[in-house]
Each structure stands twice: as structure tokens, then as C-alpha cells.
Design a protein. Structure first.
Length: 276
């Protein structure tokens, strides 16, 4: 992974250097000689972008052990500013996004735990409408309602709250979400897929709300359930820690650049004063 800025702008001809989009930001196009004020703007913009990325990493690390949690990401953009004959790219933090890569499944042996494969989601009914989650910890209350760890009713394939007889015997859950007790189908856990263009926002620990209606899943070999398993978060703590270190280094480097630019400005002021 590359640093946000490898070379600090010099006091005479400050130049800006930023990483490629797969690191911390977008590579500026046609970055040339800039004045000291422009250098300050570039460094300040980079610090703001890094602060947003730091917030994202902090959230990811805090939820690394949260069942079904999907990590935060941050897209970076650049804004071109005309400076004389030179275009300078200012890095800015773009839109937040949720990484939809599934976490690894781990065996629990609990018959009321289910892990969703592929692009599938479970659905729960919240006060804000249907939410979608990959946290498959099912709880059956004394009334037979199947609820999430946060107390929301799980929805069946038709979008209605699920019910299972607590005294109906051993529970078996098939890959398509059908629930059996004593050899009879008694319920069906809803498995859904979300539109690729849907805008998602977080809800509680690991659920999301979608601005588009979900679609019942059909390819259960790809998007089905695994009974007795749970899906871990898709966060790799070692990778996130490595990124955190890189961001700290980038902060230190930009701080040094700001200090050098400030010193250069002071030198220029003193030089002008002595010539007056």
C-alpha cells in the first residue's frame, strides 16, 4: 500500500502527490507547479479525506466481531482547480458505501442459527419498515414468533412475520429456508436479494434499509441457507490495522508538508519586508 503523499512540496515549487484510487485517494491529473496557497489547500483537502477514511476504519474495527456485519468503505474523488496554466487535483472524500462481500461462515451447531450464502439476505420488520440482515441468529419466543437478536420479527418468503410452535419438536431448516418439525413444513424463512442499484443505509448492528424493494431469492444453491452456521463480519482486522498505520503515516507526512509550507511563507514575508 502506498502513502498518501510520498514527496513533500518544496518551499519554492510545491507539488502535490497522491495515491491511486485503490489506496487512499485519487491520483491527480496534470499536477504541476503550484503556489504556496494552493499547496495548503491540497494538504487540507487530503487531511479531510483521511479523517473520513479514519472514521470508516474505526467503525470497521469496532465491528470486526459483529455477526453479519458488512464493512464501511469510502470512495475518493478529485476536483480539478485551474491555477494559471496548471490544473491541480484536490482529493476529496466521496460517497460512503457498504461492502457487500459476504463474511466467512463458521459452524455453531445451534439449529436456530443460519448463515446466508452468496448475495442472499434475511429480512426483519422494524419500526422503519423491512430491514435486511445477514445476522442469522433466530430466537423463538413463548408465543412462537421468530425474532432477531434485536427483537424484530423475521419475515417469511411472503414478507409476513414467521411463527414456529415452540413445543413442535426439533427444527430442521433447508437450504431454501423451509422450516420443518416432525417431518412437516411449518414455516419458510424469507431469503431475498437486493437490487444492485439500491441505496443502502445502516440500521442497528448489521442490518440495512434499502430504497428499493427486495426480490425473493430463487437460486438457493447460490443464495440459500446453512443451518447451524453463522456468517462472520467481512472485516479482516489485520488489513484494517495495516490501513490505519498507513493513514497515520500519511497524516504525519501532510503535517510535515504543512509545516514546511508555512515556513516558506514566513520566509517569503520576511524577504519582502527586507526589500521594502
Amino acid at each position: 500500500m502506498r502513502h498518501l503523499a510520498r514527496n513533500c512540496p518544496s518551499s519554492r515549487k510545491p507539488r502535490a502527490s497522491f495515491p491511486s484510487a485503490d489506496a487512499h485517494g485519487s491520483t491527480p491529473r496534470n499536477a504541476g507547479t503550484t503556489n504556496l496557497s494552493t499547496t495548503l489547500y491540497i494538504d487540507a483537502a487530503a487531511q479531510l479525506a483521511l479523517t473520513r477514511r479514519l472514521d470508516s476504519l474505526a467503525s470497521n474495527l469496532a465491528n470486526a466481531n459483529t455477526t453479519g456485519f458488512l464493512g464501511d468503505g469510502l470512495k475518493f474523488d478529485s476536483v480539478l482547480s485551474a491555477t494559471g496554466a496548471t490544473n491541480v487535483a484536490f482529493p476529496i472524500a466521496g460517497a460512503d458505501y457498504i461492502s457487500l462481500a459476504p463474511g466467512a461462515a463458521h459452524r455453531t451447531g445451534n439449529p436456530l442459527d443460519v448463515a446466508v450464502r452468496g448475495e442472499g439476505w434475511l429480512s426483519v420488520m422494524t419500526p422503519d419498515g423491512p430491514a435486511y440482515t445477514r445476522d442469522g441468529r433466530l430466537f423463538v419466543d413463548p408465543a412462537g414468533e421468530v425474532r432477531s437478536v434485536n427483537g424484530y420479527p423475521f419475515l417469511d418468503s411472503g414478507g409476513a412475520p414467521m411463527n414456529i410452535d415452540p413445543s413442535g419438536g426439533e427444527i430442521s431448516i433447508a437450504v431454501d429456508g423451509s422450516v420443518h418439525q416432525r417431518g412437516k413444513a411449518v414455516a419458510s424463512i424469507g431469503i431475498f436479494t437486493l437490487d444492485a442499484a439500491a441505496r443502502l443505509r445502516r440500521y442497528d448492528n448489521s442490518a440495512v434499509l434499502s430504497d428499493r424493494e427486495a426480490t425473493p431469492a430463487g437460486n438457493f444453491a447460490k443464495n440459500g441457507l446453512m443451518q447451524g452456521y453463522l456468517q462472520r463480519s467481512n472485516i479482516d482486522p489485520l488489513t484494517e490495522m495495516s490501513r490505519l498505520i498507513e493513514i497515520q503515516r500519511a497524516f504525519d507526512h501532510i503535517s510535515a508538508c504543512l509545516s514546511m509550507t508555512d515556513n516558506a511563507q514566513q520566509d517569503s514575508i520576511r524577504s519582502l519586508g527586507s526589500q521594502a
